[in-house]
Design a protein around this ligand. Structure first.
Ligand code: AMP
Length: 393
């Protein structure tokens, strides 16, 4: 697999699949342009080296052509970030779109309309991807957030190109994940939080071979505690995974991996930010009370492990951080990871809610890498080769 910086793009038209699936407000303004900023290095690299860019992306999950999901809404934000004009066309395939892409001169950028206005995109349709392929001489996939999908523009399309390569963002994402799963400097720590064990089983199984320590926090921890005979009150847990957590604990011992579970938690009398709060040992939670955040003893226990780790992966919050009154554990965790990073450890934050948490509390620039892809990142951690990457091999 090669990346775009190893390819001669001079006087070439480069078709770049990006992930511009950004949130918009009611007036269609971009609320968070992180994904647009993340795609800039590849686009700028092509432009600075004498090429032109045709940019394709999806936005949301439209069933058909819908104004609310038009990539036209992204145009001005892209122009502002690129500091140059962008041509927009209201279709991603067709004769007119092709004429526009063929006419591009070095330094020009053409943004095409939302790929998902065609259901063939999600179906991975061959004929549709061939039509898309007409827009460029070189194909670049830089859409990490969509790389776990075998769609027309992320996977099927690659076969129509002699020159196909990784974008700089995709390259960076893969290298960050490899730092955890392939050559993590020991001790390697994975911190897994969030609501459910069921959604993280494959990750736990896969990383048992790659890490030295695992912290299990958030809602996931209660299934482990209950499986060990603890009283968890009304805390979230998954009955059908009780046995599984026992097996995982045994496997971890065999593989010499230490699992760290919370000791104390902040409990609430109902699932609400305004609930009454108390501290409790995690295995002595009274009936009708539920654990919604980590307690101080837990945090200091976790802090020690984090500060001793040289490589840290964080996926999933340590509590219901959406409620300010139960966000303390997640915020503290972010602070410890930040501290470890400052001391030279490599830290990767990825997968949905933990990314939201680091952004909400301003840690995003203080960890080594924040992944731009939720589902894609999780599938990498599960040990899968993503279709978008396989297609470039
Ligand atoms: P996930 O998508 O599996 O990473 O889960 C993230 C969600 O887990 C967030 O919305 C948190 O509010 C939720 N969560 C974390 N800790 C708890 C808990 N103790 N009880 C219920 N939900 C939790």
């Amino acid at each position: 697999m090669i990346s775009i910086n190893k390819v001669d793009v001079k006087n070439k038209i480069v078709l770049i699949r990006v992930d511009f699936n950004v949130p918009l407000d009611e007036e269609h303004n971009v609320i968070d342009d992180t994904r647009i900023k993340a795609a800039l290095p590849t686009i700028i690299h092509v432009l600075d080296n004498g090429g032109a860019c045709v940019i394709i992306s999806h936005l949301g999950r439209p069933k058909q052509k819908e104004h609310n999901f038009s990539l036209f809404h992204i145009k001005s934000c892209l122009e502002k970030n690129l500091k140059r004009d962008v041509i927009f066309h209201d279709d991603c395939i067709g004769k007119k779109a092709e004429r526009l892409s063929k006419k591009l001169r070095p330094g020009e950028v053409l943004l095409l309309e939302n790929l998902r206005f065609y259901p063939q995109e999600v179906d991975g349709n061959l004929a549709f991807s061939e039509k898309l392929s007409k827009h460029g001489e070189i194909y670049v996939n830089d859409a990490f957030g969509a790389a776990h999908r075998a769609h027309a523009s992320t996977s099927t399309i690659a076969q129509f190109f002699k020159v196909k390569c990784l974008g700089l963002l995709l390259k960076k994402e893969i290298s960050a994940i490899n730092k955890i799963t392939k050559k993590g400097k020991p001790p390697v720590l994975a911190i897994l939080g969030g609501a459910k064990i069921s959604s993280k089983i494959t990750i736990i199984e896969n990383i048992l071979d790659k890490v030295d320590n695992i912290i299990i926090g958030g809602g996931m921890a209660y299934t482990f505690i209950k499986a060990n005979g603890g009283n968890i009150g009304d805390s979230i847990f998954e009955e059908e995974y009780l046995e599984y957590t026992r097996e995982i604990s045994k496997k971890a011992i065999k593989k010499n991996v230490k699992i760290f579970l919370p000791i104390d938690v902040v409990i609430a009398d109902r699932f609400s930010n305004d609930a009454i709060r108390k501290l409790s040992k995690i295995n002595e939670i009274p009936l009708k009370w539920m654990g919604l955040d980590s307690g101080p003893e837990t945090l200091s226990y976790f802090k020690d492990v984090i500060l001793q780790s040289k490589t840290i992966l964080w996926n999933g919050p340590l509590g219901v951080f959406e409620f300010n009154n139960f966000a303390e554990g997640t915020v503290a965790l972010g602070r410890y990871i930040m501290e470890a990073t400052k001391k030279g450890s490599f830290s990767l934050v990825g997968g949905g809610d933990s990314v939201a948490a680091v952004k909400k509390y301003g840690f995003d620039n203080k960890v080594s890498y924040v992944s731009t892809g939720g589902g894609a990142m999780l599938e990498c951690l599960e040990g899968k080769t993503l279709p978008g990457i396989k297609a470039l091999m």
